[in-house]
Design a protein. Structure first.
Lengths: 183, 753
């Protein structure tokens, strides 16, 4: 079937099998590899993209269903690595990613979340991102990143935090090496 | 000013957050153009003889280039862990017998990925079913054997030669014993397994998702029956590992073999459903703990008896009970300790490392035992713990488990979490809720833990080179998959060279570039590979001074290195490191060998709320000390703690890989496996402590697994504590609503009798 869609502002078209998933259209037909596939049950959200402004899991959308649609992936969010979109910049500043596999989907879901709820509480962020799984971060810094991107101070909003304590112990360490985190 | 210990955000992230990382399945390397796609036909039965394999119809399907059966593969069945029973070998494609659901049987190679599934559906395999062996106690009876040639289901054991001491508990006024389960977990890295291979000029190039490229190279070469020099492993970005991606999987060798067999590059990327049965899993021990002491609260003797699950084919999991035994007494000074472990095969997915890998099993056992003992003598579990802790002045301390603990401030760690939580106030709140008979009860759980990091491999190579353009390359044998080595190792080099992080590139994972290395696992990276990088950069400074001394006609002792420049102290005379690299390469290759592991420690306090009518437990707060010595980059260390804490909470509350009695996996998708989302977890409260070790010159210990080891028993204990006034003494993990509800009702029935 012939389809055409706008992806990250560019016109794309292809003759595709009806069963082709949107995720595979983006990755394999267009070569946009940021969008990852982490499961086969629409559970993990690694493949989340925006379709006509709404977040969708692109492993559960057929490419033909996105015919005539406008799709945005993480590649379309920031012009380049030096000028990150505010949400991506917040993930960077708050260490909201480790292995990076969930990140493209998580960032797109977070962008969608703030469009619906520009000033969410911590609980609203947690529930809003329930469909996006991360194994590395324990979500702590992802939640902080979303709160930062919404213009809020995460230390004032979240229950947890980081308390500063002095170092202890009597063993010599490398010179110049400070101990303790210092929030 | 020193960069060490400062909060540096990751230099790798801008690329990850714009273009995205490049994982194995994302590769567009020109050597992979025209690659075939591998689809594996896997066993739907847990235990069966293969009676026939029909592939003609599949071979005729569109896009099919080859369909390969086990009979055609000429790699010899392999022993996947050297210490296992020698008869317990695995074929690369099963030809005669299958021993777990998910075992690969037939390989289908197609031009396009979608064609692979179509053709795989046309493969017909006939099986003659055999009884499944799931329960470890049933496996130990040897009534049904997985490997008839072995004559037993026991792969190997630890401490099985001698009988337990029948007088171990003779001095004890109180002895408590209980069977507890440390359940099977899926590592569930978001990136599933993937590998691509090409055979050119007598050599295999293998791209794969691994935590240890050099051992992956050696394992794959061994399985292929070629020299290691004939295998070049390249590790792109890796989407999480958590221990399950240590080294190579048999599928990697199959991908390489098929590339040579077909004369085409081959790509393989498994689905999540395949991953949940095909990738190694973790934990899975049936433990019997026995603890004894006096009514004052002194613990005098402890015994840990373990049946450890190896899965169908013994792998790394077969050796992990070594760590469980070594760490058995935990943070406590116990006069008599004995333990043993029998490693058994079952018709399930193989067990290997998962975050903590043998140590969480030890910690969960001793911490549960301390709670049981405290409950039996009617004392506060915190006070019983404190009374038995190893004291700071006792270090270095070799335990009855044989672990040479380096440094520890256990009571300090415990006090910090108690103070931060407001322990007396929490107990008062708990008492009030109990008196009011509230539906939502409060539970408080405390764990004090010690673990072992860098326990597997003490040595690591590093190289640092300054280039004439002023940039720096760092080579490391560690192999990150989210930990942030690109930033952290650059900080270590920058500290000595005074060159900015933006000019420093950290390279890893290419076995031609870094031929030796042990990879990233067991929380070893900083205390081995990081120290090696720090040492290499320091040695490079000395080398630069020697060269500059000649050039500047100065004494090397009068030279300083700062901001990438060697200068004669008190003068304007100097030369940049970049200039020194112009005439001959300015590079140092070094090795650091600590010769010993480290023993980080900490304390966790969890506060949970349990609805006594539904049994549902929710973690309200978790407060942790994870002391791994001085912190190089707090941003990264906190990230490691967060991830570990989440996985620890999740083992206590949610996760379990479940098989039915026929060996069918019931949790083979993310729709069925209880992978936690943000909604199930709280924010975490981290407290700092930094007790250095003496086993490496930076004083650093490992941090990657601490959170998991401490959080699991704290949360399990808190859930049980919340319903202890109803007569509940123990609930196995995961403490699901059904288990909690059942325990409450069983206690009520027992109390009524």
């Amino acid at each position: 079937m012939k389809i055409q869609m706008t992806v990250n502002g560019a016109d794309t078209s292809a003759d595709v099998e009806p069963r082709l998933l949107l995720a595979h259209y983006l990755r394999d037909t267009l070569g946009l590899k940021a969008t990852n596939i982490g499961c086969d049950t629409t559970s993990c959200g690694a493949c989340t993209v925006l379709m006509d402004g709404e977040s969708v899991k692109s492993c559960t959308v057929l490419a033909v269903q996105a015919d005539e649609a406008s799709v945005q992936t993480m590649e379309g969010l920031s012009p380049d690595a030096d000028s990150l979109h505010p949400m991506a910049a917040a993930f960077h500043a708050e260490h909201g990613l480790q292995c990076g596999f969930c990140t493209p989907g998580m960032v797109m879901a977070a962008v969608s979340l703030l469009e619906e709820n520009p000033r969410p509480s911590e609980r609203e962020v947690r529930e809003g991102l329930e469909g996006n799984l991360c194994r590395c971060t324990g979500y702590h810094n992802i939640v902080r990143a979303v709160l930062v991107a919404s213009g809020q101070d995460p230390d004032a909003v979240t229950g947890g935090g980081h308390a500063e304590e002095a170092a202890s112990g009597g063993v010599e360490v490398a010179p110049g090496f400070s101990t303790g985190s210092g929030a | 000013m020193s960069i060490m210990g400062t909060r540096v955000i990751r230099t790798e992230d801008p690329l990850f957050l714009s273009r995205g990382a490049t994982y194995t399945d994302d590769l567009t390397d020109e050597r992979l153009i025209g690659a075939l796609h591998l689809t594996l036909v896997r066993s739907p039965l847990a235990h069966a003889r293969i009676t026939s394999v029909a592939v003609d119809e599949a071979r005729a399907a569109p896009g099919v280039v080859a369909v390969v059966t086990g009979a055609e593969v000429d790699m010899a069945p392999a022993l996947l862990f050297g210490g296992a029973n020698k008869a317990m070998v695995r074929s690369f494609l099963a030809a005669d017998k299958v021993r777990f659901v998910g075992e690969p049987v037939v390989a289908v190679l197609t031009e396009e990925a979608y064609q692979g599934q179509d053709a795989a559906d046309l493969v017909e395999v006939d099986y003659d079913p055999l009884p499944a062996v799931i329960d470890l106690h049933a496996a130990a009876t040897d009534e049904v054997l997985l490997f008839e040639d072995a004559g037993t289901n026991t792969s190997n054991g630890f401490g099985l030669d001698a009988e337990f001491d029948e007088h171990l508990f003779d001095d004890c006024e109180v002895v408590v014993t209980r069977e507890i389960t440390n359940q099977r977990l899926a590592a569930a890295s978001l990136e599933t397994r993937a590998a691509s291979a090409v055979w050119t000029d007598g050599r295999y190039t293998l791209w794969c998702s691994t935590q240890a490229p050099q051992s992956a190279r050696d394992e794959v070469a061994g399985w292929l029956g070629v020299d290691s020099a004939q295998v070049h492993v390249i590790t792109p970005d890796v989407g999480g590992g958590f221990g399950a991606k240590i080294g190579a999987d048999p599928e990697f060798a199959l991908v390489a073999w098929l590339a040579r067999h077909t004369g085409r590059p081959v790509r393989w990327h498994e689905s999540r459903s395949e991953n949940m049965t095909g990738m190694v899993q973790g934990r899975s021990q049936a433990q019997t703990v026995t603890i004894g002491g006096n009514r004052d609260g002194d613990v005098l003797a402890y015994r840990l008896d373990v049946l450890a699950d190896a899965g169908a084919y013994p792998r790394l999991g077969a050796v992990l009970p070594l760590f469980t035994r070594m760490m058995a007494p935990g943070v406590y000074d116990i006069g008599k300790v004995e333990s043993r472990a029998r490693v058994l095969v079952t018709t399930t997915t193989s067990i290997a490392a998962y975050r903590g890998a043998g140590r969480p099993e030890a910690t969960a056992a001793i911490e549960r035992a301390m709670d049981l003992f405290a409950a039996e003598i009617g004392k506060d579990p915190v006070e019983v713990r404190r009374r038995n802790l190893i004291k700071p002045e006792q270090f270095p301390f070799t335990t009855k488990g044989g672990a040479p603990y380096d440094t520890g401030e256990y009571a300090n760690a415990l006090d910090k979490v108690l103070d931060a939580a407001g322990y007396p106030e929490l107990r008062a709140e708990q008492k009030a809720r109990r008196e009011r008979g509230e539906v939502v009860q409060l539970g408080i759980g405390v764990s004090v833990f010690v673990e072992i990091t860098g326990g597997g491999a003490f040595s690591e190579d590093a190289a640092v080179e300054v280039h004439p353009d002023g940039t720096v390359t760092v080579l490391t044998g560690t192999s990150p998959h989210g930990q942030g080595h690109a930033t952290a190792w650059a900080m270590l080099a920058s500290e000595h060279l005074g060159i900015g992080l933006d000019k420093i590139t950290v390279k890893h994972g290419d076995t031609d570039l870094v031929p030796r290395g042990s990879g990233t696992m067991g929380s070893r990276s900083l205390q081995t590979g990081g120290v090696a990088v720090y040492q290499a950069a320091g040695e490079l400074v000395e080398l630069a001074k020697q060269r500059a001394a000649d050039l500047l006609e100065a004494n090397a002792d009068d030279l300083d290195v700062a901001d990438g420049r060697v200068s004669v102290r008190g003068t304007d005379s100097g030369v940049t490191l970049a200039q020194l690299a112009e005439s001959e390469p300015l590079r140092v290759d070094t090795n650091f060998d600590s010769g010993a592991p480290c023993f980080p420690f900490g304390a966790h306090l969890a506060v949970v709320e349990v609805d006594v009518e539904s049994g549902k437990a929710v973690v309200d707060r978790i407060i942790t000390v994870d002391d791994a010595g001085p912190v190089l980059n707090p941003v990264l260390a906190e990230g490691q703690r967060h991830g570990g804490i989440a996985q620890g909470i999740s083992q206590a509350l949610l996760e379990e890989v479940v098989y039915d009695e026929d060996g069918n996996p019931l949790t083979a998708t993310f729709a069925d496996y209880a992978f936690p989302s943000a909604a199930e977890l709280p924010s975490f409260t981290l407290l700092d402590m930094a007790t250095p070790t003496h086993v490496n010159p930076m004083g650093v210990k490992g941090i990657g697994e601490a959170g998991t080891i401490g959080a699991t028993p704290a949360v399990q204990s808190a859930v049980i504590d919340a319903v202890s006034h109803l007569g509940v003494r123990h609930i196995d993990m995961p403490t699901s609503p059904l288990r909690v509800w059942t325990a409450i009702n069983a206690a009520a029935v027992e109390g009524a009798q």
